[in-house]
Design a protein around this ligand. Structure first.
Ligand code: UTP
Length: 407
């Protein structure tokens, strides 16, 4: 794209301000900037203010395996899961491309130290959990770590400096996710600095496409990986490549599974796994009618009660089938640092605009079926989103201690 083409395009879209300072850039910077402009997904902009989500279908309770059944079939599930891991059929993807703005920590979120008397980093907690499975199966699980342009180097360096926390580095691969531009509340593109659009990672939903783009499909194939367990960086009690979960999904002939915790209060804020017109679907708490969130089953418990915790298992075959399907783009309010018209850098303390994100939960809806696999939140769910309060460093530390982790 040439400068003239960029000006014409941007002006036709009311975004002419973006070109200020263009002539002060070096040739290389101009080229990068024009490529950024060329890559803008203008169709995303039409979604702003258009939050009337598509009409939803008919909801029903999804197939699930709850704690008592898991306990009674433990040996059977575990044997099937361990067998798959031993055969090298299970890989894991750590979603670590997020900005973690709520935590407000400068390094990647996984570098946060939750230790009190000794160092214990979030990444280390996750690797320790995965190493338990590795020991049990006597086989390493290939771990693919998704980063973003913003935190890739810091993440790689951190792992290397800490000797991969005892994991075999031959089984760790990093890949970078795509970025998307950000706009203010009027839909105007924000600049990170003159000659550079403010961009941020495009959500966790593009992980499989990004893994392929990074050339890692050949690694997945060479290792014979048939199942991928995708999980978030922030849950320090996360069980990764859990043989029980894998075994139950395989033995039940499902193409995907979701770890879920039981919702006990109608008002609890969690995305719930349901069936929607017969297909697996995740309904966010704010999308749910009062009727639906309060509906009761015959035994008096909540009818829709399977809260997702961002730990999913996907069949690779199925992922290949859906990877080119379009995912819904979500418009999300965030704090976006930018440079104002006078060239001043602004770091907002409150959300000041929108980012466009793809979400992994939308991939679940593309699956033919999905198993809700219940886990006990006291043992497996300690997300760190904030420093204090709900889902925080404080609450996660308490839960880690309850689970016997020395901090
Ligand atoms: P969150 O929804 O908590 O987003 O991500 P975030 O960006 O990390 O944090 P906030 O909202 O700014 O505080 C859930 C999981 O998805 C990953 C995160 O790293 C985390 O593991 N994620 C999120 C990505 O990998 N890429 C993204 O673009 C967004």
């Amino acid at each position: 794209m040439t400068k003239e083409q960029a000006i014409e395009l941007l002006e036709s879209r009311g975004q002419g301000h973006v070109m200020r300072g263009f002539d002060n850039l070096s040739e290389a910077q101009q080229e990068t900037f024009l490529a950024q402009i060329d890559n803008i997904n203008w169709s995303d902009f039409e979604l702003i203010g258009n939050d009337s989500a598509d009409a939803r279908g008919e909801f029903a309770v999804p197939p699930a395996i709850e704690l008592p059944e898991i306990a009674s079939r433990k040996a059977e599930f575990e044997a099937a899961g361990i067998e798959a891991i031993k055969k090298g059929e299970v890989g894991a993807v750590l979603l670590a491309g997020g900005m973690g703005t709520r935590l407000g920590f400068d390094l990647p979120k996984g570098c946060y130290n939750v230790g009190e008397t000794h160092d214990l980093y979030i990444f280390e907690c996750l690797i320790n959990n995965l190493l338990e499975v590795v020991k049990k199966a006597d086989a390493f699980v290939p771990l693919y770590i998704m980063t973003s342009e913003k935190n890739d180097k810091a993440t790689r360096d951190f792992f290397a400096e800490h000797d991969y926390f005892g994991y075999n580095p031959d089984y760790i691969k990093f890949f970078i996710q795509d970025m998307a531009c950000a706009v203010d509340y009027d839909g105007k593109l924000l600049l990170e600095e003159e000659g550079r659009l403010a961009t941020s990672p495009n959500g966790n939903g593009g992980w499989y496409a990004s893994l392929i783009k990074a050339g890692l499909k050949s690694d997945v194939e060479a290792r014979g990986v048939k199942w991928i367990n995708v999980f978030a960086v922030d849950n320090v009690l996360q069980r990764i490549a859990d043989p029980l979960f894998i075994g139950a999904t395989i033995l039940g002939n499902y193409v995907s599974g979701s770890k879920v915790v039981r919702k006990v209060e109608p008002a609890e804020k969690m995305g719930l796994l349901c069936l929607e017109d017969g297909k697996p679907s995740i309904v966010e708490y704010y999308e749910m009618s009062k009727e639906m969130s309060e509906a009761k089953a015959a035994d008096g418990s909540l009818l829709y009660k399977y809260g997702v915790i961002l730990n999913y298992l996907f069949s690779v075959e199925k992922l290949d089938e859906i990877v080119n399907n379009n995912l819904v783009v979500h418009v999300v309010e965030k704090k976006i640092p930018y440079v104002d018209a006078d060239g001043n850098k602004v770091s907002p303390t409150e959300p000041n605009g929108y980012k466009f994100e793809l979400l992994v939960l939308d991939m679940i809806h593309m699956m033919d079926n999905n198993l809700a696999f219940e886990v006990d939140r006291n043992y497996e769910f300690a997300p760190i989103k904030n420093l204090h309060g709900v889902d925080s460093v404080d609450s996660a530390r308490e839960l880690l201690k309850k689970n016997g982790v020395v901090l």
